[in-house]
Ligand binder design. Structure first.
Ligand SMILES: Nc1ncnc2c1ncn2[C@@H]1O[C@H](COP(=O)(O)OP(=O)(O)OP(=O)(O)O)[C@@H](O)[C@H]1O
Length: 370
């Protein structure tokens, strides 16, 4: 029988640093079980605080190699799971039953690719193992349904004349202003009416159990956005910008608005960073360079990622099958998946929601990545 000093195992495990949280697994309190059997087989259970399916393989391999180089260790069996907590919303606003976290995707300016980012981020979080919904609050151009391939005119079913049953698309639970509108309704939806309708959509949809509800906000920083930022219990905001100066300036205004409302800004996504020619692959910075990095720097937040301006992104997203669903292994989808893990990781640094405050929350969603 071999006796392997615990210190040696711990030292080996500590060699791995989480790429998003930049801490080792002990610092993250991620080690849930560590056992060695008589034959030198190490069993390790790791639990990460963000959706991380895509990096579980690498983690297992790296930690496995480190463990197996410890004298006396013959083999290792590593299990990786994730546990997504509910984090505090601004000003202790009451949460939506079953919804652990609401992430607002916002932009200071229209047309920068906010909705494209919102749907791909939602799909990427799901791909990484989370349960996700999307609320389209973009009253000026609700496009989430179209981008997720929901047939025109489809309406959510209503239960007990009070609750909406969300429309499922690509595994996401969705609800949208667009599902309820007809050609005439946008005319009456102005100001306070709009926020009233949006709050109803949020509160009267049977979302079920969600780790993240992505809210695609209307672009800009006007009254509607401000009211939403005051009323929707948001746990974190993601700001989408393009690199050009004007968009960056508007994005700064967006960051300031969320900060004023005490909503943590999780970071900035720079969309349309470079144009990639679909014929020759030539890359060109059409809208200038590094706008997202500058703003992240100036506002002490994180550049979550950069997306190229690419014809297939538009074709796939506008065609009802966003890139992460259409081509999950593509370079662009990999960027969205990286952004999703970063968003989850950034959120996991925030203050937790008081335990027990959300009654219907499930605390573990284990998946093994064998
Ligand atoms: N990275 C990209 N590459 C190519 N096309 C893109 C990219 N991002 C967005 N687009 C396209 O740009 C258009 C605008 O995108 P989107 O609707 O997401 O912007 P938005 O900021 O949500 O606009 P608004 O909220 O003002 O309606 C869409 O046709 C979309 O497919």
């Amino acid at each position: 029988m071999t006796t392997i000093p615990h210190q040696a195992l711990e030292a080996a495990i500590r060699e791995y640093r989480d790429p998003y949280l930049e801490k080792d697994l002990y610092e993250l309190d991620a080690i849930k079980k560590l056992d060695v059997d008589k034959r030198g087989k190490v069993t390790l259970m790791v639990e990460l605080p963000y959706p991380s399916k895509g990096i579980a393989g690498a983690l297992k391999q790296l930690v496995g190699n480190a463990l197996e180089s410890v004298e006396g260790v013959e083999s290792s069996d590593i299990h990786v799971a994730q546990k997504i907590h509910a984090y505090r919303a601004q000003k202790e606003l009451p949460s939506i039953p079953g919804v652990k976290n609401i992430i607002a995707v916002a932009s200071g300016k229209g047309g920068v690719g906010k909705s494209t980012t919102a749907v791909n981020l939602a799909l990427a979080l799901q791909h990484e193992g989370a349960r996700v919904g999307v609320l389209d609050a973009d009253i000026y151009g609700p496009s989430v349904g179209m981008m997720l391939g929901v047939p025109d005119g489809q309406k959510p079913r209503v239960q007990e004349q009070k609750y909406f049953i969300p429309i499922e698309a690509h595994g996401l639970k969705t609800n949208s202003m667009a599902y309820l509108a007809n050609d005439k309704t946008p005319m009456i939806w102005r100001g306070p009416v709009v926020t009233g309708v949006l709050m109803q959509l949020l509160q009267h949809t049977l979302w079920g159990e969600l780790d993240y509800l992505i809210v695609d906000m209307p672009p800009g920083t006007g009254d509607i956005q401000l009211t939403l930022a005051q009323k929707v219990p948001v746990t974190g905001a993601v700001i989408v910008t393009t690199p050009q100066n004007i968009a960056v300036m508007d994005a700064q205004r967006g960051i300031e608005m969320f900060r004023k409302m005490e909503i943590p800004v999780l970071g900035v996504v720079e969309n349309m960073s470079v144009h990639i020619c679909s014929n020759c692959g030539h890359q060109e910075a059409l809208f200038g360079t590094d706008g997202g990095a500058r703003i992240a720097d100036d506002y002490d937040t994180v550049l979550l990622g950069q997306l190229p301006l690419h014809k297939t992104v538009r074709e796939q997203t506008d065609g009802g099958k966003p890139t992460v669903a259409a081509e999950p292994d593509s370079e662009v989808a990999r960027r969205y998946l990286d952004i999703a893990r970063r968003v989850g990781a950034e959120l996991s640094k925030r203050e937790r929601h008081l335990s027990g405050a959300i009654s219907s929350v499930t605390v573990t969603d284990h998946w093994n990545s064998h």
